[in-house]
Design a protein. Structure first.
Lengths: 291, 413
């Protein structure tokens, strides 16, 4: 097996991992900070893809879709938090789980009614069509762009959470909301923002995935399963965990595809099983945090 | 944390009781109906899941076939009713639904299923209960003696006839061929068909990759497929898998190096990813609306479908729904009712022409002998209208030579 093929395979693994990271990130942030297991995450990913497509065709540019869809769907996420989820804080963890589970059905069915259940074409932006010659092989420009964009988003997210005052409040709020309230922070607004951020990231993942896959109402269900696997491997609530696990899963799938392609999907679940056996809390999870 | 109050529980319980009461009310007319003389056709199909688009077209066309018969007064004065059930593309679900259709709804025959694996599960149930089943999705296995019964009919093309027609148009002696194949019955049968055709033509197999069924990402298979340096890449999968696999192959620049060939080129998937992605892709089909310029039956089928569906055009897998139900109803018409043995006999003798030219069920395996189309997806600039998707490369008239011989399939000759 020659080296250039293995490097190309590694690169496809990283590109695949990048989309996994973005989708798992929103799931893990919302769980880590709000304790809400968002089962509508996959549906919101799908809604993001449709919103991106709609906005792109409205404005005539993919880039507006990419920018506006996560903001718009993020705002929709805030509405969901404000109207529905907020009422369930302090209750057992399965209440918001059931709520979002039901919500995902409503969203998928809603899209079926509005846009039909057939797939819709999502054209690749003209600037990113085609392949780039890397010397050892060809790689789609769009996938290279996805890798870079995800890296930028991660950097911005990390800087915001670690280096800004807002990030400090968010992290402290996740640790001990009561003390934050005593200190005069409106914790409700923090929760609102975090849920919006998580949903916005799901929508961003959807828009990014659009040009790579066909856009259809069921596209989120597989993504939800993948995002959960990544989140569990990385450790529920851990952002670093989601990033490491996302790339790990992407690269594992890709490398297994090289030797035993029919096993490509199973490897993700096998990896999860192994991690759970050795480190039940996940790679970067905190022991004792119960789901 | 204590749960807040018991009020919601009571309302939920009340609601549940109300729901089940109304469900019972809804079920009552069905009990009454079972006694009357309506002819009931069970129709399991995957309304949800990756083949949903094709399944919905099957239902529309099956309903059209029923409507046309009812408009003419039914069969021997009896109205026909189609009972559609969602099999969720799952063999177990399909078997359960089929059993319900037979035991509870007392259907007189079953038509449907849209996966090579699911149809075998339906066939298991129907043949054990001696109910006629007309399968409308591709399978070679269902023709073979071990899965066959006198109640089993196969209206769809089979992988053997499809792949040999496609291979004849696309492969030449000495060409290198690689395969990307969905890892389940359909993919395996198509691969087997292509390899047999390849060997006959003298093309070389340079490699095959099996992918998990229902995968969303195919990027990880592309570097290896490209490193095989084939002239032709055969992608044998179905539904959304076809759209995703072709789209991602094109993203990786596959089309610059090789031709993409599929056993069955799907109307709905071509619509789902657009003309640029599918441009130049060649594949087989049982039906394409553009056949109306060559065939009178295609033209009248299109007209009837348009009239019933607000001007929409029928698709490939939709046409199976029409001809599957249509041929069964024609046989019931000839048999003067629903007596199973008489209808089986009538189906074996039937010569029908519903969508594209003459068809008949071969005596030994009940495979429908019919024409096979080979289509090429058109360039956007070459399309005369939004429905002008494909150019017809070949329209091979049906003949017994297209099929594997009865003795090869294990039938007594």
């Amino acid at each position: 097996m020659d080296l250039s093929l293995i490097i190309m395979q590694l690169l496809s693994g990283i590109a695949l991992g990048a989309v996994l990271v973005i989708t798992a990130l929103g799931l893990t942030i919302v769980f880590g900070m709000l304790g809400v297991v968002n089962f509508a995450h996959g549906a919101l990913f799908m809604i993001g893809a449709y919103a991106g497509l709609y906005l792109a065709s409205l404005t005539g540019s993919f880039w507006w879709g990419l920018l506006l869809a996560p903001i718009l769907i993020g705002a929709f996420g805030m509405l969901i938090e404000f109207v529905l989820i907020r009422r369930l804080y302090g209750r057992s963890i399965d209440d918001p789980l059931l709520l979002t589970f039901g919500l995902s059905y409503i969203l998928v069915e809603g899209v079926r009614i509005v846009f039909g259940s057939d797939g819709i074409p999502f054209p690749t932006p003209p600037q990113l069509i085609g392949v780039l010659d890397l010397g050892i092989g060809f790689f789609p420009r769009y996938r290279l762009f996805v890798i870079m964009l995800v890296a930028v988003v991660l950097l911005v997210l990390w800087l915001t959470l670690e280096k800004t005052r807002v990030g400090l409040i968010v992290r402290a709020g996740a640790r001990d909301p009561t003390i934050m309230q005593v200190l005069g922070v409106d914790i409700g607004r923090v929760w609102l923002a975090i849920f919006g951020l998580g949903v916005g990231l799901a929508a961003l993942g959807g828009v990014l995935a659009g040009p790579m896959r066909s856009v259809n109402p069921e596209m989120g269900s597989l993504v939800l399963a993948e995002a959960f696997v990544v989140t569990v491997i990385g450790g529920l609530g851990s952002i670093v965990g989601a990033v490491v696990a996302g790339l790990m899963v992407g690269i594992s799938i890709s490398m297994v595809a090289l030797f035993a392609p029919e096993m490509a999907t199973i490897v993700m679940f096998a990896l999860m099983a192994v991690v759970l056996l050795i480190r039940p809390q996940g790679l970067f999870g905190v022991r004792g945090r119960t789901a | 944390m204590p749960r807040s109050g018991s009020t919601p529980k009571i309302t939920r319980r009340t609601a549940l009781a109300g729901l089940s009461a109304s469900a019972a009310l809804l079920a009552m007319p069905r009990l009454g109906r079972a006694a009357d003389e309506t002819i009931r056709i069970g129709f399991p199909t995957p309304l949800t899941g990756p083949f949903a688009a094709e399944a919905r077209d099957q239902v529309k066309c099956a309903e059209l076939a029923v409507k046309l018969v009812n408009d003419k007064g039914g069969i021997a004065g009896r109205k026909v009713e189609l009972l559609v059930r969602d099999d969720k593309l799952n063999a177990g679900e399909a078997a359960t639904r089929t059993l319900e259709l037979i035991e509870k709804d007392k259907v007189h025959a079953v038509v449907g299923a849209l996966s090579s694996a699911v149809q075998l599960a339906v066939n298991e149930v129907t043949r054990a209960r001696g109910v006629i089943y007309v399968s409308i999705s591709q399978s070679d296995t269902i023709n073979e003696a071990k899965d066959f019964s006198k109640y089993t009919f196969h209206e769809a093309l089979n992988p053997h006839m499809t792949t040999s027609a496609v291979a004849r148009q696309t492969l030449k002696k000495g060409m290198k061929v690689a395969h990307l194949v969905a890892d389940y019955a359909y993919g395996h049968e198509m691969l087997r068909g292509f390899k047999r055709a390849q060997a006959a033509i003298g093309a070389d197999n340079v490699g095959e990759i099996l992918h998990p069924f229902g995968a969303a990402d195919y990027s990880t298979f592309m570097p290896r497929l490209m490193s095989m340096r084939p002239d032709v890449l055969c992608i044998s999968n179905f539904g959304r898998d076809q759209a995703n696999a072709i789209k991602q192959a094109v993203d990786f620049g596959v089309k610059q190096q090789m031709k993409i060939v599929v056993p069955v080129i799907l109307h709905n998937q071509r619509l789902a990813v657009g003309p640029d992605v599918f441009e130049g892709v060649v594949g087989g089909a049982n039906y394409y609306w553009g056949l109306e310029t060559q065939s009178k039956s295609a033209s009248s089928f299109n007209t009837a479908f348009k009239a019933a569906n607000g001007g929409a055009i029928p698709t490939d897998y939709g046409a199976y729904g029409y001809s599957g139900v249509g041929s069964l109803l024609a046989a019931m018409q000839a048999a003067g009712g629903t007596d199973t043995d008489k209808v089986v006999d009538a189906l074996e003798k039937l010569q029908y022409d519903l969508t594209k030219g003459p068809q008949h069920y071969r005596k030994c395996d009940h495979q429908s002998v019919q024409s096979v189309l080979v289509l090429e997806s058109k360039k956007k600039s070459a399309m005369a209208g939004e429905n002008d998707l494909f150019a017809i490369l070949a329209n091979d008239a049906g003949s017994d030579d297209m099929l594997r011989s009865c003795s090869e399939l294990g039938h007594a000759t």
